[in-house]
Structures are given as structure tokens and as C-alpha cells.
Write a protein that binds this ligand. Structure first.
Ligand SMILES: Nc1nc2c(ncn2[C@@H]2O[C@H](COP(=O)(O)OP(=O)(O)O)[C@@H](O)[C@H]2O)c(=O)[nH]1
Ligand SMILES: [Mg+2]
Length: 325
């Protein structure tokens, strides 16, 4: 039976062709244009001199990083580590310190990069996050990616049954991506939706099931109970599922968005993070705050509103894109 078939690695880790990888890098670079021309450009300017490093330089760097949404704690951490790295490498000139900063930025993302996991079929992805973060859009993008790049069969479950039009929205996206969907409409029990979707995924041998969830925060207690309920329904069926709980964070909501997202960490059992709307902010520094505060690997960047505006997150190319000249 299909669910004994083992697949290795995260299911979306499509082996990318050179061309696909390049396209994604371009998308990331475009989506970071505002950040690059804004605060990260200013940071580059700070280091664009062969003068000796001064305390003032570090102070200006701190200010700029905080303005860039890196967050106070992560900023202090980054700056201290950059200073240490400069000392260790005998770096005394500002223009050489820039590379030290970039290296520390890359390692910020790698601290929580998870181990490769093995998984059983169907591979279940639960997508969580506050309303408007971009969950539904991301689900469509992921489904599209899995289908076109990996030839996976994907089923969607319209588990956001709270919000008016949320199920219709996912239905529209499912049609665009050309994947089937289990939906019981607005007001239905989300547990029943997931239950039905699991049945269908097993019966029809789907490779991947992606579950959309509600995200209203003002009823936080109920929301977390709701997520726990879905989690348990999935567990009862497949003990080591959901294989991935993807927390979606909107880059344009800044530090506040990170704070809100933290509320999901414990009850939703978050394993991975996606940052959406990178194209809509000049404060791409939010990614560093996410990496440090959420303590989960960033997997995806949303780079626009279209079906293929999705890029795998790569620490090195992200940092390079912030500073590209
Ligand atoms: N510019 C931009 N907009 C996005 C991106 N991802 C989502 N959106 C928009 O954000 C809004 C909310 O997205 P939605 O998927 O409905 O969020 P949900 O409430 O979490 O399901 C929609 O208008 C989307 O088009 C992105 O990567 N870039
Ligand atoms: Mg939605």
C-alpha cells in the first residue's frame, strides 16, 4: 500500500534545474529591490570605505539594522558576532568588514536549518498563520510547484471554514493550479473537512495533502484549540504526521507580525516557516528576526501574487540579493 512507500527529504525539495534555480534567484533579487535600495543600500554605503572601523560605524549599523526590521535582539547578536569575526580575522578596514557581516547574516539562517527527514505517504502539510498572512496563496503556489516540478499528485483541504469566502478563495486557486480540493463550505466543521480529505488522500493514493486553516487571532484560545484538534485528527490517522507544519509570516507586518506568529509556535507544532510578500517591503531585514525569534528554518519566500511567485529560501543568495550591486 502506498503509505508504506518511503520518500526522503522534504517533499517540496524538488531537484531544481540550473535554469529553475536561476529564475528563483532572480525572483528573490527582484523582490528584495526595495530593501536593497533602502536600508541595506545604506548599510552597504557605511562599509564603502577603506577607512578603519570605528565605534560609530557599529552604532550606525545597529541603527540601520533595527530600522530594517531585523529586531533589537537579533541586531545586537548580529553586530556582536560580526565584531568578533572581524577580530578573529584581523579585519580592520570597513570595506573588509562588510563580508564579515554578510557571513554572519548567512549563518543566522543556518542555525535552525533542520535535518532532512524521512516521511510516509501521503505527505501532510498543515499551513498556519494569522489572517491575511498569505496562507491560501502560498498553498496554491506550493501545489503548483509540487505538481509541475515533481509530478506529485496534490490534494487541498479547505480547512479555513471561519472566514466568509475563504473556502471559495481556495477553490479558485485550486482550479488555477489544476489540483482537486475537499471543501465543505463556510461554517462547516474543519475537523470534518480534514477527515474527509484524509480519506480521499488514502483512497485515491495522493502523494501530498495540504491543509488550509483559519487564522483569526482575536479568538486566540479557540483558534489554538482548533489547530490542536486538526493536528490530532491527522495524528490518529498517521502517527508521524503532519510531516510539516508551515507557519506563514507576512514580511510587511514587521516586528509585530513576528510577535503574532510566535503565538502559533507551541500549539501548532510549527516545523518550518514561509515569509510572504517580500516584494512588498523595503525592510527585508524581517527575515533575520524571523530566523532568530521563530527558531525554525525559513523554507520559502513569497515574491509576488502569482502562482509561480515562490522561491525556495537560500541563505546565501538571500543575503547576496540584499547587497547585489
Ligand atoms: N505582493 C504579494 N502579495 C501576496 C503574496 N502572498 C500573498 N499575497 C496577497 O496577500 C493577500 C492575503 O493572502 P491570502 O492568501 O488570502 O492570506 P490568508 O488569509 O493567510 O489565507 C492577498 O491579497 C494575496 O494576493 C506575495 O508573496 N506578494
Ligand atoms: Mg486564507
Amino acid at each position: 500500500m502506498s503509505f508504506f512507500k518511503r520518500i526522503f527529504g522534504r517533499v517540496q525539495d524538488a531537484p531544481r534545474t540550473e535554469e529553475e534555480a536561476q529564475q528563483e534567484e532572480q525572483q528573490v533579487e527582484q523582490s528584495l529591490e526595495k530593501s536593497r535600495k533602502g536600508i541595506f543600500g545604506q548599510i552597504s554605503q557605511l562599509f564603502a570605505t577603506s577607512d578603519p572601523i570605528t565605534d560609530e560605524l557599529w552604532e550606525e549599523l545597529e541603527e540601520a539594522l533595527i530600522l530594517g526590521d531585523v529586531g533589537v535582539e537579533t541586531t545586537l547578536y548580529l553586530v556582536n558576532r560580526t565584531k568578533d569575526r572581524c577580530n578573529r580575522n584581523g579585519v580592520k578596514k570597513a570595506n573588509e568588514a562588510r563580508d564579515m557581516l554578510k557571513a554572519e547574516m548567512v549563518s543566522t539562517f543556518q542555525e535552525y536549518a533542520g535535518q532532512q527527514q524521512s516521511a510516509l505517504q501521503p505527505y501532510i502539510i498543515l499551513v498556519v498563520g494569522v489572517n491575511g498572512a498569505g496562507k491560501t496563496t502560498l498553498i496554491a503556489k506550493l501545489a503548483h510547484r509540487l505538481k509541475t516540478r515533481l509530478n506529485k499528485t496534490v490534494l487541498l483541504a479547505a480547512g479555513d471554514t471561519f472566514r466568509a469566502a475563504a473556502t471559495e478563495q481556495l477553490e479558485t486557486w485550486a482550479e488555477r493550479a489544476g489540483v482537486p480540493i475537499v471543501s465543505l463550505g463556510q461554517g462547516a466543521d474543519s475537523g470534518a473537512v480534514v477527515y474527509k480529505a484524509l480519506d480521499m488522500a488514502f483512497e485515491q493514493d495522493f502523494d501530498v495533502l495540504i491543509v488550509d486553516t483559519a487564522g483569526r487571532l482575536h479568538a486566540k484560545y479557540n483558534l489554538m484549540k482548533e489547530l490542536e484538534k486538526l493536528y490530532n485528527i491527522i495524528r490518529r490517522r498517521i502517527p508521524d504526521a503532519p510531516h510539516e507544519v508551515l507557519l506563514v509570516i507576512d514580511a510587511t507586518t514587521g516586528q509585530n507580525g513576528v510577535l503574532q506568529a510566535k503565538a502559533f509556535l507551541s500549539s501548532a507544532g510549527v516545523t518550518d516557516v514561509a515569509i510572504t510578500k517580500m516584494d512588498g517591503t523595503a525592510k527585508g531585514g524581517i527575515a533575520f528576526a524571523v530566523a532568530q525569534d521563530i527558531e525554525r528554518p525559513i523554507r520559502y519566500l513569497g515574491t509576488g501574487e502569482k502562482l509561480d511567485n515562490l522561491a525556495l529560501f537560500d541563505a546565501q543568495s538571500f543575503v547576496d540579493a540584499l547587497f547585489a550591486e
